[in-house]
Design a protein around this ligand. Structure first.
Ligand code: SF4
Length: 236
C-alpha cells in the first residue's frame, strides 16, 4: 500500500472517543481573540480550504458584524477569488506577482493580511461573518492529528495527547464539555480523511502544467485550475 493510502486507512480508523478524550484532556474554549483568523505582522493569514468549501463560502450568507458587511461582497456578487487564493507555498516571485504550480487553495485575505471573512464589531470583538459555513480547518482550530499527509494549521504545536496535536492558542487549557469535545473530534477526523483523500486525488491526477511566466496554476482534486477557479484548458 502507498504511504498516503496507509495514512488514509489510519485516519478512517481514528476513534472519536479517543480523540474526544485527548481534546478534553488538553482543554479548549474559543475566546474570540481572532488570532486564528488574522495575519501576524508580515505573515498573511494562511489556511487551507477545499474546493467544495470554496463553493460553499461563495454562496454563504454573511453576518453584518462590523456594520459594513465585512470584506467580502454579498453572496450574489461573490466569486471564487473573493473566497480563495492559490496557496503561496512553492510559488516563486515574478515581476507582477507570483508564478508557478501549487497544490492547495488558501482562504482569501484582505489588505491587512487577515482572512477576508474576519470582522470585528465596534467593541473590537472578532467574528467570522460566515460562521455556519466556515471550513473544516477553522472548525477544528487549534487541533490537528499527527498523521503524515494532513495539513498543520498556522501556529506552532504546543501540546500533544495521543494522535491529537494542539497549536498555539490562548483558549487552550480551558474546560470543554464532552458534547463539544465529541463534536470537535468528529470534525477533526472528517478533516484528516478529507485532506488525505484530496492529497491522493491531486497526486493521481497531476500532470505538469508548465505555467507561462507570471502564470499560476493550482492543482486540486478536481484538476488543474486558474486562480479564478476555472479549469485550466490548454490547446491540444
Ligand atoms: S473563514 Fe471564518 S473562521 Fe475561518 S479563518 Fe476566516 S474568519 Fe476565521
Amino acid at each position: 500500500m502507498q504511504p498516503l493510502e496507509a495514512e488514509l486507512e489510519d485516519a478512517r480508523a481514528l476513534s472519536i472517543d479517543a480523540l474526544a478524550d485527548a481534546i478534553e484532556s488538553i482543554g479548549f474554549e474559543c475566546t474570540r481573540c481572532g488570532a486564528c483568523c488574522t495575519g501576524h505582522g508580515e505573515e498573511e493569514h494562511t489556511a487551507t480550504v477545499f474546493p467544495d468549501e470554496v463553493r460553499s463560502l461563495e454562496a454563504a450568507e454573511t453576518a453584518d458584524v462590523d456594520g459594513d458587511g465585512g470584506d467580502v461582497p454579498d453572496a450574489s456578487e461573490r466569486d471564487w477569488r473573493d473566497v480563495a487564493r492559490p496557496m503561496p507555498y512553492g510559488l516563486t516571485e515574478h515581476e507582477d506577482g507570483l508564478e508557478g504550480e501549487t497544490f492547495e487553495w488558501a482562504l482569501q485575505t484582505d489588505g491587512c493580511g487577515d482572512c477576508a471573512f474576519y470582522a470585528e464589531d465596534e467593541d473590537g470583538t472578532g467574528a467570522c461573518v460566515a460562521h455556519e459555513d466556515r471550513p473544516l480547518i477553522c472548525r477544528t482550530y487549534p487541533f490537528s492529528v499527527a498523521l503524515a499527509g494532513t495539513s498543520q494549521p498556522m501556529g506552532e504545536a504546543v501540546d500533544e495527547e495521543g494522535v491529537v496535536r494542539a497549536h498555539e492558542c490562548e483558549g487552550l487549557g480551558r474546560n470543554i464539555s464532552r458534547e463539544d469535545a465529541e463534536d470537535l473530534a468528529r470534525a477533526l477526523k472528517e478533516r484528516a480523511i478529507r485532506e488525505l483523500e484530496e492529497a491522493i486525488a491531486v497526486r493521481d491526477a497531476y500532470e505538469p502544467a508548465d505555467p507561462d511566466p507570471g502564470e499560476v496554476v493550482v492543482h486540486d482534486s478536481e484538476g488543474a485550475k486558474r486562480p479564478d477557479g476555472s479549469p485550466l484548458e490548454r490547446p491540444k
